[in-house]
Design a protein around this ligand. Structure first.
Ligand code: MN
Ligand code: MN
Length: 293
């Protein structure tokens, strides 16, 4: 990796860490999801960077892919376990980082995903396997009496590409990709009181464009024109002002122009925590781009 690219990853990471930790302080009982999400997303723009994906705000049994909807009236309540997952990009070089805020009595659950992340980061070095990281994550989470979510994973990051090999499992598997110096990836353990497996909810707020094929209707063309500066990175329904989005967006998914990311949830009533950092593999370990400095 040349110095210029390293600097972009570094700067995206510093910014993401700063905005995430400041944003987390806005999660209080009675605060509005919509105000919080919009204020954090605005800070990224004001710093001259761009979002790698809409700010994910997922509560309780929802592990990932929720965000505020247009006009969202939800507010935080006592007992909530809120995951904030922020992606910042500078010219396509992505920093992906997440934290969990507890409005209840769940410090051990939060500790599980946070310690799992720390243990996985310590395991990173050239020659280690992705499976070694998964084993470290699983051990930390299970030793505290929770389950890791096995069908959510960390992922490699490549310019303008959010999910690229290597896959970083949250459970110990045999083998997996052998890590090499210069690889960039996100590690994101999820700890849960539920089944350890997420499924899709019907709620859908986040999309990405996956095909350049022509679309028929003027409204579909306007939407694609609005999101073309995303370079295929995800966008939120909330970012669009067109009418009839509830009809047009599912149509574009059916015609395979858009991909949709439904909210991913463990069983009702369960609680999920998540911690995530982006790392660059170095000759003897890794550099954590998103660590608070
Ligand atoms: Mn993330
Ligand atoms: Mn991620």
């Amino acid at each position: 990796m040349n110095d210029d690219i390293f600097e972009k990853y570094h700067d995206a990471g510093v910014l993401a860490a700063k905005i995430l930790s400041r944003g987390a302080q806005g999660i209080r009982i009675g605060a509005s999801y919509l105000d919080l999400v919009e204020s954090i997303e605005l800070q990224v723009q004001e710093e001259g960077a761009a979002l790698a994906f809409p700010l994910n705000l997922s509560l309780n049994e929802d592990a990932a892919h929720d965000t505020a909807s247009p006009g969202d009236e939800r507010v935080f309540v006592k007992g909530d376990v809120a995951k904030l997952d922020l992606g910042v990009q500078i010219e396509g070089y992505i920093a992906d980082t997440a934290t969990t805020i507890d409005l209840g009595n769940n410090s051990l659950l939060l500790d599980a995903s946070e310690r799992a992340l720390g243990s996985a980061i310590k395991t990173v070095r050239p020659g280690a396997s992705a499976g070694d990281l998964g084993a470290a994550i699983q051990q930390e989470i299970e030793s505290r009496g929770y389950r890791p979510i096995s069908n959510l994973t960390g992922h490699g990051l490549v310019r303008y590409i959010l999910h690229h090999p290597p896959t970083i499992p949250n459970v110990g598997i045999n083998g997996g990709v052998i890590l090499e110096e210069g690889m960039v990836f996100a590690i994101e353990p999820f700890a849960t009181t539920g089944s350890g497996h997420v499924g899709e909810k019907t709620r859908k707020e986040i999309y990405s464009q996956v095909s350049q094929k022509p679309v028929r209707t003027p409204v579909a063309r306007t939407i694609l024109n609005t999101v073309k500066n995303r370079h295929g990175l995800p966008f939120a329904r909330r970012w669009l002002s067109e009418k009839k989005l509830d009809i047009v967006l599912p149509g574009l998914v059916r015609s395979q122009v858009l991909h949709v990311y439904p909210v991913l949830s463990d069983i009702p009533g369960s609680l999920v925590s998540q911690h995530e950092h982006t790392v660059i593999v170095t000759s003897d370990g890794c550099f954590v781009t998103t660590r608070s400095r």
